[in-house]
Design a protein around this ligand. Structure first.
Ligand SMILES: [Zn+2]
Ligand SMILES: [Zn+2]
Length: 130
């Protein structure tokens, strides 16, 4: 990519989230910092620990501890899970879910199913099915 950025330069309002894994072709990756892959840390979306070779982002989250105090933390999202968290479930994208008047409100029952669902959404988006 030659990156012919012309026009006035714009500073992002927030620093871009660092990504981990091999860079891939996405606007959010361009110009972002590459972080070491947080192997073994659970993905904030699906809960499956990040494995060596996974790709995703490190995202700042606000959490509440047992005493009710809010603290900031940085958690990994698989790139597929990040996309899934933004665009919705396969049933939603197919228009079969209850918010479209349908019945298809299946939900993943465990982290592996959640991860598999996110990968299904990712693959179908890349295949242009939505
Ligand atoms: Zn995930
Ligand atoms: Zn829906």
């Amino acid at each position: 990519m030659s990156g012919g950025h012309d026009g006035s330069p714009q500073e992002p309002k927030w620093p871009a989230n660092p990504y981990f894994g091999q860079p891939w072709d996405a606007p959010a990756v361009e110009g972002a910092r590459q972080a070491p892959t947080p192997v073994g840390k659970p993905c904030a979306w699906c809960g499956v620990p990040v494995a060596d070779g996974d790709q995703g982002f490190l995202v700042g989250c606000a959490r509440r501890d047992d005493a009710g105090k809010i603290y900031g933390t940085v958690e990994p999202f698989h790139r597929e899970c990040q996309l899934r968290s933004v665009i919705g479930s396969p049933a939603h994208l197919d228009g079969g879910c209850s918010c479209h008047g349908g019945q298809d409100d299946r939900r993943p029952q465990n982290p592996q199913e959640k991860r598999a669902e996110a990968i299904e959404v990712w693959d179908r988006v890349l295949a242009g099915q939505f």
